[in-house]
Structure formats: C-alpha cells, structure tokens
Design a protein around this ligand. Structure first.
Ligand code: HEC
Length: 149
C-alpha cells in the first residue's frame, strides 16, 4: 500500500492530489495510511503555494530607475515612468498579466528576464533591440514590470 501511494505521488506530481489520494486510501484506514494522507495533503498545499507565487528575485525600485536609464519609454509607454511614451513597441501597461511575451514566450519570470537580456530569443525578426542589459539589471526590470498588473 505504501509503495502504491509513492508510485501515485511520483508519477502524478502535477495533480492536485487531495481528492484522489483520499479516494485511493479509503480501505479501513489504518494509522499509517492516515499519516500518509495528511503528509501528501500538506505536500500538495506547499507545492501549489510555490507555483502561484513566481518571483524574479529582483528589486522593483531599482528596476524603475533602470527603465528610465535605458530609455525604454522611447519605444514603450510604461506606467509610473516619466518619458516620451513611445509607440514603436506595445504599451507595457498590464504586462504582468499577459499570458505571452511578444506573442510567443509563456510569461514567467525566467522568460521575461531572458527576453530583456536578448529580445531576439523570440525571433531574429524581433525589432526590440538588444540593449546590453546585465543579468541582475534584467531581474530588477522584470520585478518592476511584474508590478504592472
Ligand atoms: C527601439 C525600441 C525599443 C526599446 C528602446 C525598447 N523596446 Fe521593448 N519592445 C520593442 C518592440 C518593437 C516590441 C515588440 C516586439 C514584438 O512583439 O515582436 C517590444 C516588446 C517588449 C516587451 C514584450 C511586451 C509584450 O507585450 O509582449 C517587453 C516586456 C519590453 N519590450 C520591455 C522593454 C524594456 C523594459 C525596455 C527598456 C529596458 C525596452 N523594452 C526597450 C521596442 C523597444
């Protein structure tokens, strides 16, 4: 029974297994089973919390300064940043809640940081230039962009 339980957890780590585990372990629930179920439920809860809170580990206040410094507003309208509100690129308002970056990459901290470091990751035809941003700067800028919900 224990081996069976482990197999389920390992082969289906993505399932929010609370209900499933409960059903699988109904037979006369001995103490070990109950402990196992409680552990799995706690594990499941911990996993879903992690998934729902991605982070760039960057500093949004620094990111804000860097956006001014790199002149992003020459091409983008960026909420909270003074500047020309350029129209070459899309407005970055609500960029945090867009599902895709540049219409192609799933929007998550890793992809957004990578995109800022090298916009041509998406396509060599992408006209956003490579601005020579450093990795820690890209994380800070991404942290600011994720405040734009
Ligand atoms: C020379 C103009 C230009 C500059 C400067 C520029 N960008 Fe862009 N950016 C673009 C263009 C054009 C696109 C659209 C690319 C596409 O979708 O193919 C884009 C796309 C983006 C996207 C994806 C937006 C989305 O909705 O998918 C982000 C994020 C972004 N830029 C951030 C920045 C940041 C931050 C800076 C400053 C560090 C910056 N850009 C500087 C032109 C520019």
């Amino acid at each position: 029974m224990v081996a069976f339980a482990s197999a389920i957890t390992i082969s289906r780590p993505h399932l929010k297994a609370r209900g499933i585990v409960g059903i699988t372990f109904s037979p006369k629930g001995n103490r070990l089973n109950r402990i196992l179920i409680v552990t799995l439920v706690l594990l499941g809860a911990a996993c879903s919390r992690q998934e729902s809170k991605p982070s760039t580990a960057g500093d949004p206040a620094k990111g804000k300064q860097l956006i001014t410094q790199y002149g992003c507003t020459a091409c983008h309208s960026v909420p909270g940043i003074e500047g020309p509100r350029g129209e070459v690129g899309p407005s970055l308002e609500h960029v945090a809640v867009r599902p895709l970056i540049a219409g192609k990459l799933p929007n998550n901290p890793q992809n957004l940081t990578q995109y800022l470091l090298n916009p041509q990751t998406v396509s060599t035809l992408n006209i956003m230039p490579n601005l020579g941003i450093k990795p820690d700067e890209a994380r800070d800028i991404a942290a600011y962009l994720y405040t734009l919900k």
